[in-house]
Design a protein around this ligand. Sequence first.
Ligand SMILES: *Cc1c(COP(=O)(O)O)cnc(C)c1O
Length: 387
Amino acid sequence: MSILDEPSVEGRFGEFGGRFVPETLVPACQELEAAFRDAWTDPTFRAELNQLLSEYAGRPSMLTECHNLGRSLGIRLILKREDLNHTGSHKINNVLGQAMLAKRMGKTRLVAETGAGQHGVASATAAALLGMSCKVYMGAVDVERQSLNVFRMKLLGAEVEAVHSGSRTLKDAVNEAMRDWVATVSETHYCLGSVMGPHPYPWMVREFQRIIGEEAHAQCRELLHGEDPDFVVACVGGGSNAMGIFSGFIDTSTARLIGVEPAGGAAVGRGVPGVVHGMRSYLMQDEYGQVQEAHSISAGLDYPGVGPEHSYLASIGRAEYPTVTDAEVISAFQLMARSEGIIPALECAHAMAWIVREAPKMQGKVVLMNLSGRGDKDVGQMMEILG
Ligand SMILES: *Cc1c(COP(=O)(O)O)cnc(C)c1O
């Protein structure tokens, strides 16, 4: 398989991916795959989606060069501004695609899982726009941490259900959303928020997010007079914003691709291959093969697994997956706010933290970072942390 092709017929990226779901869900996954294939090769669908992305979501998102930070770090630092999209993150790219696909399939209801709430907000937004009903599952811990986003989803007309099982975070919300989908599949589409889950989700979500990388590649060529950046850096929860931006550089450049994970949720760094949420991928497990709880300061990265294509890219050495600590993230968050006047989401502050730490080894290099979202949702949490 060459990089960036679609996965095998079984949905495999190398030894990763696949479709490990209960028998009742196999037809639903097959129906979705067929519908996506049909839509993605239909110029009318593509044109309608592109129109929504530009007129509603605000694409293309721009590049911003950080001259102050670049000067102090000794690098050229360029941001891809996904924080400027409608609803404040890259999630809207995928959600508009899936919601339009669900409508085309005749579905009237979306279910979604959410961690920090950004995917829930994007799903509620798309449902409101396209006249669908929406239910969002969210771990009870995250409901506490992200009360502003919970209220936002309700304002948009969605129902939010707090999940009290397991660690009461993202992993548990995914389980509940899948359970709902099994029970209501004739009218419901499961709008999954990252490049994970059973085939076709990892591939489909990557295709919906690759617009980030395609735009960034063309924009960099213009800004850098035909050159590519030396490094492309993104944070990794499930891995959709990273897969999106990597897609533009993976086989068209020699840029080093860096996916930054939280130290407490280092699926690639500390995990071993296993099966979770319908896919085979690197996964944090204990000695008995039980899924381990992830920890991160950022609810959006609190996930013990990672999308299968990232596991594949790690296994062939095309991308690297270092980690950063919460303390490094907190100082990177403040540094970006003070130096550039941009308050980043805590998720992408992970990417910034890696860049700050590694800058001495990257002197004079061009570093493209995906600013996957804005930090408004995290201001309350930071207020508590910083006192
Ligand atoms: C959800 C989220 C992430 C993590 O999800 P990925 O699928 O890994 O991209 C990262 N950044 C922001 C701003 C998010 O909202």
